[in-house]
Write a protein that binds this ligand. Structure first.
Ligand code: ATP
Ligand code: MG
Length: 248
């Protein structure tokens, strides 16, 4: 770990970089994943490195949508596996939803390393992509899925998704819940619910919200989902990014 004093203003951000580079060293995260992380960092800087009101609103919508799902599946890539393995496992447990490995840059050893990492962190079962089950409307490696997982899901939780797969999942009639720091990305726009926040803050907050709402009547959850507007949340995030610095 880099020798950075806790008093350093970018301490948390630098610690997260350490986790990411360790992920690459362990064969979990791709080198491209580091670049994607850098894009996320820039947006995190702009939103103030905090879970803002627009993210809290989306977290509530996401929790209700996931609780109403008949078959929710949690899609895991190399970045989220490195950053939040415990949270992903906890989320799967409280939703009774399987984790499924799904990465953009094809690599069987990396898929295996992610699966092992999640199992070591307490996952009961981790589904792997198969050649038998494929998503329509998509050409990348991310089209290969598990027949009992993403292929059959009605709601897919997929933090740090790429835009074309998000669009493909929506075209297949699935609801997509994502976490993406960039409110302008195609993923953010195509998803049913976009949590514009860092996955390291959003996941614990989402788990907390699911615990708060888990005993609510389906009608109450349905009302939360019906009242949620992803476009409004994205506009609020953009407005916040464009704010005058003195309004912080
Ligand atoms: P799209 O294809 O949807 O337009 P993109 O090409 O910008 O998106 P990718 O490079 O495929 O996106 O993936 C990186 C995305 O993940 C970026 O939008 C980035 O902001 C986001 N991201 C990276 N790290 C994090 C993080 N820790 N938490 C939340 N979002 C993140
Ligand atoms: Mg992309």
């Amino acid at each position: 770990m880099t020798d950075v004093p806790e008093s350093h203003p970018r301490y948390i951000s630098l610690r997260i970089r350490d986790v990411m580079t360790a992920g690459v060293e362990r064969g979990i995260t791709s080198a491209h994943g580091l670049i994607a992380h850098g894009r996320g960092e820039a947006f995190d800087y702009l939103i103030g490195e905090r879970t803002q009101a627009f993210a809290k609103e989306a977290i509530r919508g996401a929790a209700a949508m996931l609780l109403l799902a008949k078959h929710a599946v949690i899609s895991v890539n190399g970045n989220t596996a490195a950053l939040v393995p415990h949270n992903l496992v906890d989320l799967g447990r409280i939703l009774d939803a399987p984790l499924e490995v799904n990465i953009f840059h094809a690599s069987a050893p990396r898929e295996q390393a992610i699966q092992n990492h999640l199992l070591k962190n307490g996952a009961a079962e981790v589904l792997m992509p198969t050649k038998e089950a494929q998503l329509s409307h998509i050409d990348s490696n991310r089209k290969f899925v598990h027949p009992d997982g993403i292929l059959n899901a009605d709601v897919v939780f997929v933090p740090l998704e790429d835009g074309d797969r998000c669009e493909a999942l929506r075209k297949m009639g699935k609801e997509v819940v994502t976490v993406d720091l960039n409110p302008m990305s195609r993923t953010a726009k195509y998803a049913s619910v976009t949590i514009v926040d860092n996955v390291v803050r959003a996941l614990p907050a989402l788990i907390q919200e699911i615990q708060t709402l888990r005993n609510s009547a389906p009608a109450v959850l349905q009302e939360i989902v019906s009242g949620f507007c992803n476009e409004s949340v994205l506009s609020a995030a953009l407005e916040w990014i464009r704010r005058e610095p003195e309004n912080d």
